[in-house]
Ligand binder design. Structure first.
Ligand code: SF4
Length: 356
């Protein structure tokens, strides 16, 4: 458990992000965590580089609902402090803390507070001797580094941990996780580190995480983007939605359009994505440009519009029930979707006709 969020086993794959504010700026960090949580983040990580940041961390966790992981490097005193102040998990590599007494102190603090530890191995900060042994970061080197840290926790009889072995190279990362998945039963935290900016980073992460998740590897994910944490959360959910592993909010099924389109499909989807970002109920909405694929897609969605001259065919639960004026399609569709969501909230027994 990371706070109230189960990780591993049959639990849903959780979506994480990390703040990029100064942790000592409590207001900014609380605001960013709230935005990430509103976008659906199950868990948020905050880096704690100093004792001052640890004190700020204590104030931050009191003001947010979502469980917060403290990210600590090297200084075991910071780990002890944030464990006291309400961290839901410690991300710290035991092998980097120093003496055995220090490792024991951190493990004892985690045990006393009932919080897990995440071991986070990163291709960019592999131990020197492993780089010498393997020549460069390899899957075997990442695996060996992770298992060293695991050995510390096992020595202190602390099984409540999860592990990540991230690298910016996709195949290096995937192969390292594959090795680790064969070896330990603890949950794996997946990510392609330093994946890049919003577009390229999302695609790279989707491919890497998609390969692993489709093989049944991974329990919690973070999409690392040089972008707003909210974008990381959205990308995380889009990956899980695409794999049919989790759903949240509206899943648009939209055609790419061509000269047969009868209305502005691209503009309609872009505007609806913005307007309906507050909806968390899973709903499949088909927005299709013409009758070539329109009716077929609409009958297998919760709501759909299929383009036709002047007025689109409007479908609900697989039935064509109305026609909507092409000129007013965005406003009309927003009204219909909100009405459907409100109805399903009132009548949960009605369910979704074609829920995935
Ligand atoms: Fe073109 Fe119609 Fe296909 Fe959309 S559904 S891409 S408008 S043919």
């Amino acid at each position: 458990m990371v706070g109230n969020v189960p990780v591993g086993g049959d639990a849903p794959i959780s979506v994480q992000t990390m703040t990029n504010t100064l942790t000592t700026d409590v207001e900014a960090t609380v605001a960013q965590i709230a935005q990430a949580a509103a976008a659906g983040a199950d868990i948020v990580r905050v880096s704690v580089p100093s004792i001052d940041a640890a004190e700020a961390f204590g104030q931050i966790v009191k003001r947010v609902e979502v469980p917060v992981v403290a990210d600590i490097h090297f200084d075991y005193r910071i780990a002890l402090r944030v464990a006291d102040l309400g961290a839901a998990c410690l991300r710290i590599n035991p092998g980097n803390i120093g003496s055995e007494e220090r490792v024991r102190a951190v493990v004892d603090a985690a045990r006393d507070h009932g919080i897990p530890i995440r071991i986070g191995v990163n291709g960019g900060s592999l131990e020197k001797d492993l780089l010498e042994k393997y020549g460069e970061p390899t899957p075997e080197a990442l695996r060996e580094s992770a298992m060293r840290h695991v050995a510390y926790l096992e020595k202190f009889d602390f099984p409540d941990f999860k592990v990540s072995v991230k690298a910016s190279d996709l195949f290096l990362t995937v192969n390292a996780y594959r090795l680790l998945a064969r070896e330990i039963e603890q949950p794996l935290h997946l990510g392609i580190t330093e994946a890049g900016g919003l577009r390229a980073g999302s695609i790279k992460s989707a491919i890497g995480l998609g390969i692993m998740l489709s093989e049944g590897i991974g329990d919690t994910i973070r999409v690392s983007l040089a972008a707003d944490p909210v974008e990381e959360v959205k990308a995380g959910f889009d990956i899980l939605k695409s794999l049919g592993l989790r759903s949240r909010g509206i899943n648009f099924i939209a055609c790419p359009t061509c000269s047969r389109r009868e209305y502005d499909v691209i503009g309609t989807v872009a505007e609806l994505e913005k307007r309906l970002a507050d909806i968390t109920m899973p709903l499949d909405v088909a927005v299709i440009g013409c009758v070539v694929n329109g009716p077929g897609e609409c009958i297998s969605a919760d709501i759909g519009v299929a383009g036709a001259k002047h007025k689109c065919g409007y479908y609900e639960n697989g039935q064509r029930v109305d026609r909507l004026d092409n000129e007013r399609i965005v406003d009309l569709l927003e009204e219909k979707i909100r009405a459907r969501v409100a109805y399903l909230k009132e009548h949960p027994e009605a369910g979704r006709a074609f829920a995935v």
